[in-house]
Design a protein around this ligand. Sequence first.
Ligand code: SF4
Length: 196
Amino acid sequence: MSEYFESVLISRSTPEHVAVKLGGECSCKHCTNGCKFGSGIFKKDEEKKLAKHLSISEEELYNDYLEETELFNTKLFKPKVIKKDKPYGKCIFFDEGTELCKVYPVRPLLCKVATGHEHGEHMYAWFLLNHLVNTEDPESIRQYSTYLKFNKTIYGGRLHELIKDKDKLKKILSYEILRKETKSKEQAKLVPRRHK
Ligand code: SF4
């Protein structure tokens, strides 16, 4: 598929503060509807703020409240989902009495940008592109390439926009480049040393 959403509002390079503004300061029941069926995802290290907010240690936070999720070969954390014999369930921070989020000020970035509003799908694509799809990791690009066969993206999110070197992209997709490039010991020796 690999087509764009018909949206000029959001692109891969939209700054986070603009994305959060577009996500809106919504706390209505419509927006928390998704919280009954799963949870959002924290950007890298964002979850640490939650420990302070809950006055608990990071160890308790990771053990009792969070779970790891992996998408496009990238691992991040999300609030635990309480599944009762079903493949889905409510977010651990969803208050069923008030139908609101119990950690609203420190909720995950994905919850801030992609709750059930009109730009939700576009903002989800923005989150994927900025926090999960890793252009330095060939496996991440390959998994994203499969995703694009069934999903639209936003401006800046097509494969040739992520990897501008056509030859490199071809090699990644054909598995000629398997993993992240790391400098070999021989290459490292060739790097000239600075004079003191
Ligand atoms: S953290 Fe809050 S906003 Fe995010 S899924 Fe859980 S209850 Fe909903």
